[in-house]
Every structure is written in C-alpha cells, then in structure tokens.
Design a protein. Structure first.
Length: 119
C-alpha cells in the first residue's frame, strides 16, 4: 500500500544508511543555492528545480490526504513550500556542523505533524 505521509515521516525519523551519499548531494545543492545569489545564470535552473521539488511534495501531501493519512484541511501547496524550505535550512545546519542529524530529523518529524497532523 502506498502511504506517502508515512513514508515521508519514516524517512525523516528513521536511521538511514544512505545518508552519507545524500549528505554529499545536499552539500552540492547548498553550494549551488549559495552561488545562485551571485550568478544570474544559476537562478532560473535552481528556481525550476526548487519549484519541481515543492510540487512533488505537494503531490505526496495530496495523496496522503486522499488516503486519510493527512489533515484534509491542510493546504498542500503551502505545507509543501514550508516543509521543503525547512529541509533546506535543516540540511545547511547539519552540513555545517551546527546541528546533529538526529536533531534535524526530530525537528522535521515534528514539523510534518504540525503541518499534516499526527499519523
């Protein structure tokens, strides 16, 4: 059974052996985002990628609502924008050593509950 909200929550809070590979990907994304501040050539591709990611999250939220796994009153587009923005901020703190990975996961799991309701 496809359970998008559960999958998102599980990923946010469970141990993840692939996190080392993703940490490199997150680092690259952070560098790209920082560089886009100074490079007009990077802004549009980054905007498009960010918009696609938020849209994917919105789709998962809508699926979770349809399946009765997320608050039907939540605005999927707004929740997706807030959650993807939070992930970016938490990733920067984790990658910079300002926050432990477990704490970042804890905060993300809490934000998902605030946005979408408890499981």
């Amino acid at each position: 059974m496809d359970r998008p909200a559960h999958s998102t929550r599980t990923h946010a809070s469970a141990g993840d052996p692939g996190h080392h590979r993703r940490s490199g990907e997150q680092h690259c994304l952070g560098e790209l985002r920082a560089s886009a501040v100074f490079s007009d050539d990077l802004r549009e591709p980054l905007r498009a990628t960010t918009q696609a990611w938020a849209h994917d999250a919105e789709t998962l939220i809508r699926r979770a609502q349809t399946a009765g796994r997320a608050d039907p009153e939540a605005n999927p587009a707004d929740a997706a924008e807030r959650l993807t923005s939070l992930v970016e901020g938490l990733s920067e703190r984790w990658l910079s050593g300002s926050m432990a990975l477990d704490r970042a996961r804890e905060l993300l799991a809490g934000a998902i509950i605030v946005e979408l309701g408890p499981i």
